[in-house]
Ligand binder design. Structure first.
Ligand code: MG
Ligand code: MG
Length: 256
């Protein structure tokens, strides 16, 4: 289902977007070498509940997962890229961490993800991969104007990823958001311009380019959730929720 929000409803979308951006910013600022993934989950739970918001993850039980997710944030480390189930794992210097968070407040959802390197020992190729997904996200957002097609966004995102030499997995990508976390339309991270649904004001979209350094194949952990690169290569993921307005895209999940 595609939901369209009236201008009078946008303040609610801005509020939940700001909350998600604030939580991710705060958690990223607290993460240190030695932080346990379960601590990150606990911090996130406290901030969601303090804000009177609801987690989109705790009870999330899609066909591809194993039972309810039962945690508040996705923590994907190094070769893990999507749906990283928080576990008893301590972060080390140079680990590449992706946080992905979706929250509902006053009946509207926002969804955002950020990748960064923990500590001081960053591998330059990790930083380049993260920067590429951020640039692909920016290109998708720039293309998200009223009258554009979903294929224009896919093409803009995919062009950046291709040009940087990364394989692209089309199994998981961006999506509409609204009263639920995953609505229509689907926004693949590559595609042909001029195809698909036409963007109009009031549409809320989560754009989320992600890559694995040398493969487009995923494998699932024994936990039934965490998706890793089939080769063990490192991964990166950048996501924002945007609102389509008469003037173009407004980023709702800016971090701060
Ligand atoms: Mg997300
Ligand atoms: Mg998403």
């Amino acid at each position: 289902m595609i939901e369209i929000f009236a201008p009078s409803e946008l303040p609610r979308a801005r509020a939940v977007g700001a909350l998600v951006g604030h939580i991710l910013h705060t958690v990223q600022g607290r993460v240190r070498v030695g932080t346990n993934l379960l601590e990150i989950d606990a911090w996130t739970k406290a901030m969601i509940l303090d804000a009177g918001a609801e987690s989109c993850y705790v009870d999330y039980a899609p066909s591809f997962g194993r039972g309810p997710f039962a945690h508040y944030i996705c923590t994907s480390v190094n070769d893990a890229v999507l749906h990283g189930l928080p576990r008893d794992q301590v972060l080390r210097d140079g680990d590449l961490l992706t946080l992905d968070l979706a929250v509902s407040l006053d009946g509207v959802v926002a969804d955002s993800a950020v990748s960064f390197v923990v500590g001081a020992g960053a591998d330059p190729s990790d930083l380049a991969m993260i920067e590429t997904t951020e640039r692909a996200l920016a290109a998708g957002i720039a293309a998200a104007v009223p009258g554009a097609k979903i294929g224009d966004l896919s093409h803009a995102i995919g062009s950046v990823l291709h040009d940087a030499g990364y394989p692209i997995n089309l199994q998981f990508g961006g999506h509409g958001v609204g009263s639920t976390m995953h609505g229509d339309p689907h926004i693949a991270n590559d595609g042909r311009a001029g195809r698909g649904y036409t963007l109009r004001p009031g549409l809320l979209l989560a754009l989320e380019p992600w890559v694995m350094a040398d493969t487009d194949e995923l494998v699932t952990d024994d936990d039934g959730w965490t998706l890793r690169s089939a080769t063990g290569a490192r991964t990166a993921h950048s996501e924002h929720t945007i609102a389509i307005t008469e003037d173009g895209a407004e980023i709702l999940t800016l971090r701060g």
